[in-house]
Design a protein around this ligand. Structure first.
Ligand SMILES: Nc1ncnc2c1ncn2[C@@H]1O[C@H](COP(=O)(O)OP(=O)(O)O)[C@@H](O)[C@H]1O
Ligand SMILES: [Mg+2]
Length: 293
């Protein structure tokens, strides 16, 4: 738990950010997650970010899967510094932000590190302070998390304004996604979930998967689970992964690329309706550190 001095320092930080609110962009903070691993979160996060950036948004993609570098590998861009160096207080937030294709900004997760499960309070404070500096700098910040419910992932999900949950039509992926939603909603009521069905054989299968999940969420959790979009299984995706070029750049005319652009357009057109929508980085930090209002 944070002590009083630390809480006061964080409160001041949040207040200062509030004063800056009108000077910068109102950032939409999105966490991308899944129950089961390997369902396409990182490919989605990256290509979704690139599509939003192409639509004129300023986007930061944040690889929140520490120890398992993904985003930089998928882009074929190496990053000298990453999240690890930030958490270790060795680098500032600006030192670890890199530029990728289309001018998208990214923070790499780094590889070969053990999970930093227990950060010291000083490390957490530094992290919060540094993240606070992102306030007003981006239209969208996307956190790509690891699969399943680690302590860190729960924080990112509950602190973000919008959580995109990725599933495939496979029953194991669906049940794991549902289990994750159930656990998260038991802890935090106002999580704003949206569903992406990835690797569907056709739109019909994608729709059937989304309908099934929405029905179960409604009936058993009393939860709205709107679908953000469907991505078909596309052989160009693994091809692009092997080339270390994002699929939307390697194969812009592919089915997956066209779908991701449609999804990005829809996302950009329909602003987040949640109460936290205008709170951006400030609201995110507030929830991350559980400050009382
Ligand atoms: N729409 C798709 N069509 C075909 N293959 C896909 C698709 N999406 C993801 N994949 C494959 O699944 C693998 C895992 O994707 P990844 O984005 O790394 O998943 P996660 O981040 O959830 O672990 C990728 O290497 C890719 O080849
Ligand atoms: Mg991943």
């Amino acid at each position: 738990m944070i002590n009083n001095d630390q809480a006061e320092a964080l409160r001041n930080l949040v207040r200062n950010n509030a004063m800056m609110q009108n000077e910068g962009l109102a950032t939409r903070i999105v966490t991308v997650t899944s129950g089961k691993g390997g369902v396409g979160k990182s490919n989605f996060s990256l290509n979704f970010s690139l599509a939003l950036q192409q639509l004129g948004k300023k986007v930061l993609i944040f690889d929140a899967d520490i120890g398992m570098a993904n985003i930089d590998v998928l882009m074929g861009v190496s990053s000298p510094y990453n999240l690890y160096h930030l958490l270790k207080q060795e680098k500032t937030i600006w030192d670890i932000i890199q530029e990728g294709p289309h001018g998208v900004h990214f923070i790499a997760g780094g590889s070969g590190f053990k999970d930093l499960v227990d950060l010291s309070q000083a490390q957490l404070d530094y992290f919060g302070d540094q993240i606070g500096r992102l306030h007003g700098q981006y239209d969208v910040i996307i956190f790509d998390t690891g699969a399943g419910l680690s302590k860190e992932t729960i924080k990112f999900i509950t602190a973000a304004q919008e959580t995109i949950i990725v599933t495939t039509p496979e029953p194991t992926s669906i049940t794991d996604a549902y289990a994750l939603i159930k656990m998260v909603t038991a802890m935090e009521h106002d999580v704003n979930f949206k569903l992406i069905v990835n690797r569907a054989t056709d739109v019909k299968e994608g729709k059937a998967t989304a309908d099934k999940m929405a029905l179960v969420a409604q009936r058993f959790l009393d939860l709205e689970l709107p679908v953000l979009g469907y991505l078909l299984d596309d052989p160009n995706v693994p091809k692009a992964v092997k080339r270390q070029v994002p699929f939307s750049i390697a194969f812009p005319g592919s089915v997956a690329s066209r779908s991701i652009m449609d999804i990005a357009k829809q996302f950009a057109d329909v602003p987040d309706a949640s109460q936290a929508a205008s709170s951006g980085v400030k609201g995110f930090l507030h929830k991350m550190f559980r400050l009382s209002k």
